[in-house]
Design a protein around this ligand. Sequence first.
Ligand SMILES: [Zn+2]
Length: 300
Amino acid sequence: MNKVLDFKLDEQIMEKINRFSRTALTAEQVYAFPVALCDNEIDRDGERFSAEALGKLAKLFVGKTGIFDHDPKGEKQSARIFDCETVQDETRVTSCGEPYTCLYAKAYMVRTAGNADLIAEIDGGIKKEVSVSCSIGKKLCSVCGADMNRDPCGHIKGTYYGGKKCCHILDEPTDAYEWSFVAVPAQPAAGVVKHFGEEKDFSQEVRSLEKRLAAESARTQKACDMLKREIISLSFLCRPVMAVETVKILTDKMSFEQLTELYHSLKKQAQQNDEPKPQLVSKKTDGGKSGENSRFRIAG
Ligand SMILES: [Zn+2]
């Protein structure tokens, strides 16, 4: 990692920088510095980049301009990324259990009288919070791999499933727009804030919620159907016996709670009817038939 952070303005680096300048610059004319753009750790939105996505972003960010947007004088200073790469830290594991990978960029600016203070601040390590803007092709559920834009699942970000925290994996970036230094870090731990090119798409969240509600409703419907069947069988054991059609009409518009209540009251009634009767019945049957029947009744 130090190799990325410590670099000298040697010939190789100057050649890379000069690919972006109209006139050939000398090492004395430029100021170059490393920037940590983003990583594969879960961010405050419950999202994280895949290692592959970071690799693609490394290519997309080369040549992109960064802005220092909090200059009190309103003078916007800018720097340009001339090199970008992902660096894996073998000693660190993300909360998802993957090797920690960070996207590092090298940026340069032409030294002027106006940016001497800014350069001193960067050298002093003050301006470290970076905000990046890019567009992401795919958002995948970390639990089941569902494409959250096309076919969202019911898993909830931040919730644990089988001991693993659910997050959305940002995959297949399509473009990188810009990056900027911001005054206040919204994500203090990482010092990186991510914004996405596209507006926050609430329709995804709504679709996901609708899907969960539909699943919930299907489960309730299934439970209601089961209760209705139980009620019909129980109604045979109760006196007076009601016709199946009558029971069906009666239970048709009942809510799950009402069905549960009716089921329990019928069950209670059936048990009460059942308690003294088996003895009477078994006595009768015992009289004429084999003991098998009585054993069956007691067991039932
Ligand atoms: Zn899922």
